[in-house]
Design a protein. Structure first.
Length: 314
């Protein structure tokens, strides 16, 4: 399987499948409490991936498990758990808009603590139209919903939690495969979410017989598409593509969420939404081209260095 095909397929997963998860969370919350819904999503997805990993997970070091536990808490408790809790009072499209701040947090972390991947200045500029675009897409919904500030603060904290987890997880890419790493992070995060669900009284009041078919279907979609497929693709991309480019999924996801609302729920699609979607596409294309340009520049510099070294030896 060619690397180009893997890159395209992985981006399709985090763009399209993750874009649908906000809508799926809304459907799941109709009869499943938030922390329990996210616990099922994470833990079940993690167990499936650990089963695929087999002996590779058994050979993982204690340090790898410890780091995976930290990332699992940041990704699935600090972000997904808080996201589902906030979506009880915040529309899915607005939640996706707030989480679109993730690229800025990641770029800020990369600038403050530069490692192997130094963000290019053009990447920061390319984020601007994306933010304007997602703001336009959800402007009408946010204005009509009369949202209070507290859930927005929770969602900003969730975005920060995901960003920190991304930076940490990127440094773990050489310690385990994307499947093994995802399985460890998901299962640990899911186990903690089950504990939170129990401590908050969700499990005590939960009645499985009252869960609707729609919520069951949404939970299965979150497990398979959101966790198993989407998160493996995300971890693989973090290892093979610049973090700035990977983070562009946060611009596409709100557009997908709004489109699902329009098609499935019959919500109106305005010209403002079309303009916003266009700006999102512009942002993604600019970052993609900047990434390709910087990659070619890096390869060219490496080739020149090798040729210079060869000439010195001769």
């Amino acid at each position: 399987m060619s690397r180009r095909f893997l890159v395209i397929g992985s981006f399709a997963a985090i763009y399209l499948l993750w874009g649908s998860t906000y809508f799926a969370i809304t459907l799941g919350l109709k009869s499943i409490p938030p922390f329990l819904l996210m616990a099922l999503r994470s833990f079940c997805g993690g167990i499936i991936l650990l089963a695929f990993s087999g002996r590779h997970v058994a050979g993982a070091s204690g340090q790898t498990w410890l780091q995976a536990a930290l990332c699992g808490l940041l990704f699935f408790v600090g972000c997904h758990g808080v996201l589902a809790f906030a979506q009880q009072s915040v529309p899915s499209g607005v939640a996706a808009i707030v989480l679109a701040t993730i690229p800025f947090w990641i770029l800020l972390a990369d600038m403050l603590f530069p490692g192997d991947q130094r963000p290019w200045p053009i990447a920061l500029l390319a984020l601007v139209p994306g933010f304007v675009g997602v703001g336009l897409v959800a402007w009408q919904n946010a204005e009509q919903a009369g949202i209070s500030m507290l859930p927005i603060v929770w969602l900003l904290a969730a975005a920060l939690s995901w960003s920190i987890g991304t930076v940490l997880s990127r440094s773990m890419s050489r310690q385990a495969s994307a499947i093994s790493l995802s399985g460890m992070q998901l299962s640990i995060g899911g186990a903690v979410l089950f504990a939170i669900s129990w401590l908050t009284g969700e499990l005590e009041s939960f009645r499985p017989s009252e869960v609707s078919t729609t919520s069951i279907a949404a939970a299965l979609w979150l497990i398979i598409s959101g966790s198993v497929i989407g998160f493996v693709a995300y971890n693989w991309l973090l290892e093979n593509v610049s973090t700035s480019l990977v983070s562009t999924y946060t611009f596409v996801n709100p557009v997908i969420a709004v489109l699902l609302g329009t098609v499935v729920l019959g919500e109106p699609f305005s010209r403002m939404m079309l303009v916003g979607a266009s700006l999102v596409i512009v942002s993604v294309v600019v970052i993609w081209r900047a990434e390709r340009s910087s990659s070619r520049r890096t390869h060219a510099e490496a080739d020149r260095a090798m040729r210079h070294l060869s000439l010195r030896k001769t």
